[in-house]
Design a protein around this ligand. Structure first.
Ligand code: PHE
Length: 345
């Protein structure tokens, strides 16, 4: 009797040794047969009562070792089939296939426009001056001949620093004129690109922050004709060789005389469209001869030197160049808008 049950266990042991399940499904079948809740070893444990007392211990050890064998083999099979699945996946990989393309960022339309303006003036000898955005009252207003009671100083237009009321966010890049003229003597020929701030309600047409490019040329015998010729050169480089300019009398505290500059509408070839409001002209900047009072405020001799200055809004130029109808798009960083300028890299 004992020999018979020993024989049964030996058969199971042999079956386990011979089993060679290949795929995942047969590994699972192996588990169910030898280790599942109704595995074939289970009833063999019960057979112990048919074993003669002297061999009971030996029988118990045998069944346990066969169970252990099944467990070890199952673990090995499982590991092997997992490795195989992983290497199958790798086999499907084409190592010669091109990589995932790097997605290039794009330049901001304001940077593109600003660099273009800088490039045009650099060609005729203007250097770039960059200055602080938090400015004092003197450089932004007083030096620029803007009296205390001028409406531009009104709290409505200017962001003052709460705890330092003498300091403000510059309202125009003209403050750079004062910075440059107080620290250097003519000849001075600079352009000053940068961000400016005004306390204005945000809408499609205006924003509380925007960019300007300032220009300043101070030397002996600088004339209004020099100003006009420089701006005509700029307009034709920027908007095409056929572009014309016109100047309309205007007022700025820091220039005398002052003018507003229009260019012939490059969108409709001056025939009339919504951009030029059917006038054929679009306004692009303010300019004028540096007021002698500004020169003397900055310790430059107005008897010896004259100068011209101009200032333009960059958003305005970019809106016309790219036909953008809402200024807020430039500040919202919506990738769907910004990525359209990639080709202009
Ligand atoms: N600072 C003026 C503005 O912000 C522009 C300007 C600059 C006009 C220089 C004349 C000369 O509107």
């Amino acid at each position: 009797m004992s020999a018979e049950v020993f024989e049964k266990v030996k058969q199971v042991e042999e079956e386990i040794n011979l089993a060679n399940p290949g795929d995942e499904a047969s590994v699972e079948a192996f588990r169910i047969r030898f280790l599942g809740s109704k595995n074939i070893l289970k009833p063999l444990f019960g057979e112990i009562r048919n074993v003669e007392p002297a061999r009971k211990k030996e029988f118990g050890q045998l069944v346990n070792s066969v169970k252990q064998l099944a467990e070890t083999k199952y673990q090995n099979l499982k590991e092997a089939s997992q490795n195989e699945a992983a290497s199958k996946k790798q086999e499907g990989m084409d190592l010669s296939a091109p990589g995932i393309p790097l997605r290039l960022g794009s330049r901001h339309p304001i940077s593109i426009t600003m660099d273009r303006i800088i490039g045009i003036f650099e060609k005729i000898g203007f250097g770039v001056a960059q200055e602080r955005e938090i400015e004092d009252d003197w450089h932004n207003f007083t030096a620029m001949n803007t009296p205390e009671d001028h409406p531009a100083r009104d709290m409505q237009d200017t962001f003052y620093l709460r705890d330092f009321s003498n300091y403000l966010l510059r309202t125009h890049t003209s403050s750079v004129q004062a910075r440059v003229m107080t620290t250097s003597q003519p000849p001075i020929r600079i352009i000053a690109p940068g961000r400016v701030y005004r306390n204005e309600t945000i809408s499609a047409r205006s924003h509380c922050q925007f960019h300007q490019v300032e220009g300043l040329y101070v030397d002996e015998k600088v004339s209004f004709a020099d100003l006009k010729q420089s701006l005509l050169y700029f307009a034709q480089e920027m908007y095409g060789p056929e572009t014309e300019i016109r100047m309309r009398p205007s007022f700025f505290p820091f220039t005398e005389p002052s003018a507003e500059v229009d260019v012939s509408c490059f969108i409709c070839d001056a025939k009339g469209c919504s951009v030029c409001k059917y006038t054929g002209w679009v306004e692009i900047m303010g300019c004028g001869m540096v007021d002698p009072a500004v020169l003397s405020n900055c310790n430059i001799d107005p008897e010896k030197y004259t100068g011209f200055a101009f200032g333009m809004g960059i958003e305005r130029q970019a809106m016309m160049l790219y036909k953008v109808e809402d200024i807020r798009l430039f500040f919202e960083n919506d990738i769907r808008f910004l990525k359209q300028f990639r080709s202009a890299l």
